[in-house]
Design a protein around this ligand. Structure first.
Ligand code: MG
Length: 384
């Protein structure tokens, strides 16, 4: 029985800001949730989205619904939360709150049953997951300097063993073109992807997409704004580069609708936002029925990373074949002490490969002392 649900809002001020097509980050925020049952066993989860809002949603709305709940009934818990807030929370930060709880319940269930999250997800297809490096964010530098910074950073990623990496585009058309071309010239044998974070209108996306196709980029991520669903198929009919999107999308219903419009080749739910790891499995089932592969968006701490590693470990690539291309997991290489210095147990990354944890639950565990150092606000709901 769930006895207590705690949230920790974490913050880290960056020494150097970094940016993408929409804005620059000066501070990192994270929202961690801890679910404790009456045996004292603990499950951890993470919510992607505005941390103050998800914290409030858990503390004041969802935690009271789940106190006293049997943690083994995790899918029923999801439905309970979903139905209780269906009238006003089918999408948005409240779904982010449900996602973190879903992740924590899965971690807790794994620990109670003595099995890993990948075993709860149906069992591993692979024990190691190939990562692709996410980095190459914009800096507040003159563009010629910035171009060199980004090329150096990309070479560093390759030197660390990553055979695939993703750059940010969507700054402005002239710079984007220079960057896309320079990156391919610098790294002729590396798998490259480009992410605009929904910066382009359709004519711009067509121009960039053609360039990416010509230079053999592996995918074009968020080329268009997520609400412009109908434009994706139009873009796909005009460019030959695979199109990836979905980090702003949530739930099986959202992805069913998104994919029904066509033009999306790779679906990218974030497990800390899409409704949680169990909802991501349903999204994967829907995507698979349309021949679309799911490669999660992954950002934040070890909790979201471990969830995504377990998820990709259980992914069967569509279509199957003897020498199938391995699914790639987003591996954020930007400096983040809340990911790299806050956990007693972390996902091991070596030569661009992530080892799937085999211990019970997610297989990563925050260090409580380190957690306290980043915590700016804590909440707790108990059965008392
Ligand atoms: Mg992205």
């Amino acid at each position: 029985m769930i006895r207590s649900i705690k949230t920790y809002r974490l913050q880290h001020k960056l020494t150097e800001s970094f940016g993408f097509s929409q804005w620059h980050y000066d501070v990192r925020n994270a929202l961690i949730v801890e679910v404790i049952d009456d045996s004292g066993a603990v499950g951890w989860g993470e919510c992607y989205g505005p941390a103050t809002v998800t914290q409030n949603a858990i503390d004041t709305f969802y935690a009271p619904l789940l106190i006293g709940w049997d943690p083994l009934r995790n899918e029923a818990a999801w439905q309970h939360c979903w139905r209780a807030s269906l009238d006003f929370a089918m999408k948005g930060p409240m779904m982010g709150a449900i996602s973190g709880l879903d992740m924590a319940l899965l971690d807790l269930k794994g620990k109670l049953l003595g099995v890993s999250v990948s075993e709860l997800m149906g069992g591993r297809v692979r024990d190691r997951v190939q990562g692709y490096a996410t980095s190459m964010y914009f800096r507040k530098q003159p563009e010629s300097e910035l171009l060199e910074t980004l090329l150096d950073e990309a070479r560093d990623c390759v030197a660390r063993g990553f055979g695939a990496l993703k750059i940010k585009v969507g700054k402005n058309m002239a710079f984007d073109r220079r960057l896309i071309v320079a990156m391919r010239e610098a790294l002729p044998d590396t798998q490259l992807m480009a992410d605009s974070n929904h910066a382009y209108d359709l004519p711009e996306a067509v121009k960039v997409g053609k360039l990416l196709a010509e230079l053999d980029y592996a995918w074009f991520e968020e080329p268009l704004s997520p609400e412009m669903r109908r434009q994706f198929s139009e873009l796909a009919s005009k460019v030959d580069v695979p199109i990836a999107t979905g980090e702003c999308e949530q739930t099986r219903f959202g992805f069913q609708d998104l994919l029904s419009h066509g033009g999306v080749h790779i679906a990218q739910p974030d497990l800390a936002y899409c409704g949680g790891p169990t909802e991501a499995l349903k999204i994967r089932a829907i995507a698979s029925s349309k021949g679309v592969n799911v490669l999660p968006h992954c950002w934040g701490t070890q909790l979201n990373l471990a969830s995504a590693v377990h998820f990709v470990a259980t992914t069967s690539v569509e279509p199957g074949r003897a020498e199938v291309a391995e699914p790639l997991l987003e591996t954020d290489l930007t400096r983040n002490p809340m990911r790299d210095e806050m956990f007693g147990q972390s996902v091991q990354i070596e030569h661009g490969e992530l080892t799937v944890p085999t211990g019970p639950g997610l297989g990563v565990e925050p260090d409580r002392e380190a957690l306290a150092n980043y915590c700016v606000q804590k909440t707790e709901k108990t059965d008392a």
